[in-house]
Design a binder for this molecule. Structure first.
Ligand code: KG4
Ligand code: ZN
Length: 379
């Protein structure tokens, strides 16, 4: 009989619950996003996040069970994120996971949120009956992380959904995460929060306003001393800031967009008419540089470890230019590249349930004193 695991995720600003069968079939996945709560602050406010998780956790878990057509008694285990993330947020999901597992007398499995992002890529591949071959390099790129790992099977060869994995960190950001750079640039330009999706959509319009014009700024490639697989995005963000300081002609449209945002008119369709060709060019230049940094270092790492697959996960993996650039470059060098769908790229609990499954099979259960670990590393 299929093993059904309830996954719970509350590490940042999404309260999520999901039921996954045998680590590969998503029976339900419910995500309550708090974007509306945090957007006016231009970032996640930890105290508000914990409060919202408290409000949502019970109905979200109930909804996940309802959609799966199951009751609590049908579950075999509870998998819950215990780090990394915001401590107050983590504690809500972790405590509720403990309560459910204890009441049912079923095992509790602690999951590293970052391993969840890796498993999200597999879950997506399973939906179309594909199975990424390992070793792989995985780029986890979100609002909180920019990390590059080597991923190998640890232990006997079993189907990927059931396999325990071994990770080695290859590189990481020295300063801002890539998604954070998107969010900060969006804030500078009054494009709302989160910044990634809107910049993604607006940058695609470059060249339409002034045909032929593509970019306005030539951001140089980032130079990093030491580990060639580390990233840095704060310099690119600062270059945008300096550009804006030097181009006062862009300030009136920034004010107009700020007013539009305060009227609740923040969609790409509403903001596009308030963006000059110069602004679109600036966004496209910024995005091109960020994408180039991510793709170049990941491919270099994949070559070095003789990876068979490249996995890209986390909120920024939804980015259209990142996807097309990875696909183009990976094909040229004969790597297979895998992304999660948009729903599985951002934080969700299906990936947590999937990550719990191999641990369930090998009886790696958590004790009741499992604590939230805000800086829990994956490797
Ligand atoms: O993984 P996620 O939902 O949450 C964590 O940060 O853990 O990622 C959210 C981040 C935000 O910084 C957001 O701006 C970025 O992912 N993001 C994108 C896109 N969609 C979301 N960045 C670039 N392009 C996108 N399409
Ligand atoms: Zn995440």
């Amino acid at each position: 009989m299929a093993k059904r695991i309830l996954g719970i995720e509350s590490s940042c600003d999404e309260t999520a619950a999901a039921v996954v069968a045998d680590g590969r079939e998503i029976l339900s996945s419910v995500i309550a996003s708090q974007v509306g709560v945090h957007s006016k602050y231009g970032g996640v406010v930890p105290e508000l996040a914990s409060r919202e998780h408290l409000r949502s956790i019970v109905p979200v878990v109930r909804e996940a069970l309802d959609r799966a057509g199951l009751s609590l008694r049908d579950l075999d285990a509870v998998g819950v994120t215990y780090g990394p993330g915001l401590v107050g947020s983590l504690l809500v999901g972790l405590t509720y996971g403990k309560v459910v597992a204890n009441a049912l007398d079923k095992p509790l499995i602690g999951v590293n949120h970052l391993e969840g992002h890796v498993r999200a890529v597999f879950l997506e591949a399973f939906q179309s009956d594909r199975e990424p071959s390992l070793p792989a390099v995985c780029l986890i790129v979100s609002g909180g992380h920019t990390l590059l790992y080597e991923v190998r099977v640890s232990g006997p060869a079993v189907p990927l959904a059931a396999a325990l994995l071994r990770y080695r960190k290859i590189g990481q950001t020295r300063d801002d995460a890539a998604g954070e750079a998107y969010d900060k640039v969006a804030k500078l330009l009054a494009l709302g929060y989160p910044g990634g999706p809107i910049i993604d959509r607006l940058a695609a319009h470059v060249g339409e306003v002034t045909p032929g014009q593509k970019e306005v700024v030539d951001f140089p490639a980032t130079k990093i001393k030491g580990n060639p697989y580390d990233f840095s995005f704060s310099g690119i963000k600062t270059a945008v800031l300096y550009y804006l300081r030097a181009h006062l002609e862009l300030h009136p449209e920034i004010d107009e967009r700020r007013q539009a945002l305060s009227r609740g008119e923040g969609s790409a369709d509403q903001l596009l008419p308030l963006c000059s060709a110069q602004t679109l060019g600036l966004l496209a230049s910024f995005q091109r540089r960020v994408v180039a940094e991510l793709v170049r270092r990941t491919l270099q790492a994949a070559e070095e470890v003789a990876a068979q697959s490249i996995l890209v996960s986390g909120g920024v993996a939804a980015n259209n230019e990142l996807r097309s650039s990875f696909e183009r470059e990976a094909e040229r060098r004969s790597f297979r590249v895998f992304f999660p769908s948009r729903e599985l790229s951002t934080d969700n609990a299906a990936m947590i349930a999937a990550a719990a499954y191999p641990k369930f099979l090998s009886s790696q259960f958590a004790d009741w004193d499992l604590n939230a670990e805000p800086v829990l590393p994956l490797a």
